[in-house]
Design a protein around this ligand. Sequence first.
Ligand code: HEC
Length: 140
Amino acid sequence: MRNTVIATSIMFAASLCLVSVTTAFAASADARKDYVLHCVACHGVDGKGNGIAAQVIPGFKRVDLTQLSKTHGGKFPRQEVYDIVDGRKRLPGHYDEDTDMPLSGLMFQTKGREFSTESEAKVKQRVSALVDYVEGIQEK
Ligand code: HEC
């Protein structure tokens, strides 16, 4: 009887672990896919800026995304990164107009329903997930 209780508790604990791992993985899997599709060419697989662009475009400026917390006094500059990735605040001429950075805030809009509340909500979700991803690769 006692063994059954222990075995059941272990199985229950294991299933909880599995659920949390699966949930965490599902959330980051989408962001990882977006990162690989839309960011890797310039920022590299590990975020250190060794993407294909640095190899094929002469003088391409390498941007290391793993040092953002370090260069901001140990605190990840979440809002700043969000605005840079969304990109729309750049449009009136803030930040760097000549940047090669894609405008995810426009790119991730739902086709045919651009700028609707639902479309904006999806953009926010995808950009936030990318920001989480970038936060996750920060070097301490
Ligand atoms: C075509 C090349 C290119 C692509 C693709 C690209 N970036 Fe960038 N990224 C840059 C450049 C170049 C800079 C440096 C700022 C500038 O010159 O505009 C930059 C800057 C950044 C910064 C600010 C870094 C800092 O030091 O403040 C973040 C954050 C960033 N990129 C995240 C991303 C994410 C996330 C993606 C994918 C959605 C992405 N980038 C896609 C070229 C790119």
